[in-house]
Structure formats: structure tokens, C-alpha cells
Design a protein around this ligand. Structure first.
Ligand SMILES: Cc1cc2nc3c(=O)[nH]c(=O)nc-3n(C[C@H](O)[C@H](O)[C@H](O)COP(=O)(O)O)c2cc1C
Length: 197
């Protein structure tokens, strides 16, 4: 069965009214309609209580990797990421990238020897997903160098995921009266992406 991994980084003071969540829901409902048979696995970043890696914790993880003990709990999230057929991540644009819980999650999935490895010419990805999409909403308008999007684009390449797509609902805090209209257009884009994902 096809497995979609939904990385839920929709941390928001708006709670269920989160605009990022609305974008993610638009994508997911369209995906469910076209692929009712697919399994959607959700990882709620706020509920994981992840801690950033310390040097000691990295030493422990390296020791496990050196004996190929990738079944250890420290690799649970990396194994889940690696086995997904498709991946969608959603988070608001915070401080030019995304909330810190997402950065910490990325530390946990970036397991060398499992999700990627090195060869003489650099990094090679070992993940099975065909596609990765990143959904985000921002107060300011999108810029070509908007980091949340670029970060996930480069992660997809590093993990060996060949196709990357994204939706950026930008400019939402510039003129609040225009926000509903901008969100409608972005949700339509997210639905189109979800339908074809
Ligand atoms: C802590 C924090 C940091 C933010 N940083 C940025 C930023 O760097 N650039 C930007 O364009 N918007 C920024 N915003 C605005 C949010 O990206 C925007 O309001 C977004 O739509 C919030 O999504 P939500 O409705 O899901 O909470 C920030 C908002 C918060 C709360």
C-alpha cells in the first residue's frame, strides 16, 4: 500500500484556524479523494518533544550507526521518513525559515548511513519517496531566496527524492483584508498539487 508521510509542523497561535493547517488540509483532502487507498501517516512535530542533538547524543547515535543498529529508537523517525512513498511537510514561515521543532525534526531524520551516505563525489540520498512537497504560509510575500522552501528543496535532493513541489501562501500579513483572497488562491494550488500527487 502506498504511504504518504505528512510532517505536521503547523505550529500556530491561531490553533485550528491556522492558515498553514488550512493549506495542508486542502492538499490532504484532495490527495485522499484521488488516492483513497493510500495510507496517510502523520507525524505531529509539536507532540514529539524532540530535543536538539548534543555532542554526547550524537556520539551515541554514531556508535549505533557504526554497528549497523539502525533499528534503535533514535532512528525511528529516520526509518519512517526513509520508507515513505510520498512526503508532504507543512509549516509556517517563521523567522525566515520555519519553527524550531521542524529544524530539530530534520536533525533526527538526517541519519548518515540510513537516509543518505557519502561517496567520493559527495552526498547521495537513500530514501524511497518519489515526491516531496512543502506547504507554507508567510506574512511577507514570497521571495526567490525564501529559506523554508529552499531548505526543503535541498533536503529532498540530499535524501534522493527526485521531485520537489511547494506552495507558498505569501503576503498574508501585508494587508489583512487581502488575506482571504490570497489564501483561497493558495488552497486551490494546494488542492491541485494534492490531486496529482
Ligand atoms: C514567531 C513568528 C515568526 C514569523 N516570522 C516571519 C518571517 O520571518 N517572515 C514572514 O514573512 N512572516 C513571518 N511570520 C508571519 C507568519 O508566517 C504568518 O502570519 C503565517 O501565515 C502564520 O501561519 P499560521 O496562520 O498557520 O499561524 C511570523 C510569525 C510568527 C508568529
Amino acid at each position: 500500500m502506498e504511504r504518504l508521510l505528512f510532517i505536521d509542523g503547523c505550529v500556530s497561535q491561531r490553533g485550528p484556524e491556522s492558515r498553514t493547517r488550512a493549506l495542508a488540509e486542502a492538499f490532504l483532502s484532495a490527495f485522499r479523494e484521488t488516492r483513497p487507498e493510500a495510507e496517510i501517516e502523520t507525524v505531529r512535530l509539536e507532540e514529539l518533544g524532540l530535543k536538539p542533538f548534543t555532542p554526547a547524543a550524537l556520539d551515541e547515535r554514531d556508535a549505533l550507526a557504526s554497528i549497523g543498529a539502525f533499528d534503535a529508537p533514535v532512528f525511528d523517525l529516520a526509518r519512517q521518513f526513509r520508507r515513505a512513498d510520498r512526503i508532504v511537510a507543512a509549516a509556517p514561515f517563521w523567522d525566515l525559515s520555519f519553527p524550531a521543532v521542524m529544524r530539530t525534526y530534520i536533525e533526527h531524520i538526517s541519519a548518515c548511513g540510513l537516509c543518505y551516505h557519502y561517496e567520493h563525489d559527495g552526498c547521495h540520498g537513500d530514501c524511497g519517496a518519489e515526491r516531496l512537497a512543502y506547504l507554507t504560509t508567510g506574512g511577507d510575500f514570497e521571495k526567490p531566496e525564501s529559506l523554508g522552501v529552499l531548505y526543503w528543496k535541498q533536503l529532498a535532493a540530499m535524501f534522493g527524492v527526485p521531485r520537489f513541489d511547494y506552495v507558498f501562501a505569501g503576503g498574508l500579513d501585508v494587508d489583512p483584508s487581502k488575506a482571504p483572497e490570497l489564501m483561497d488562491a493558495a488552497c486551490e494550488q494546494a488542492r491541485a498539487l494534492g490531486r496529482d500527487f
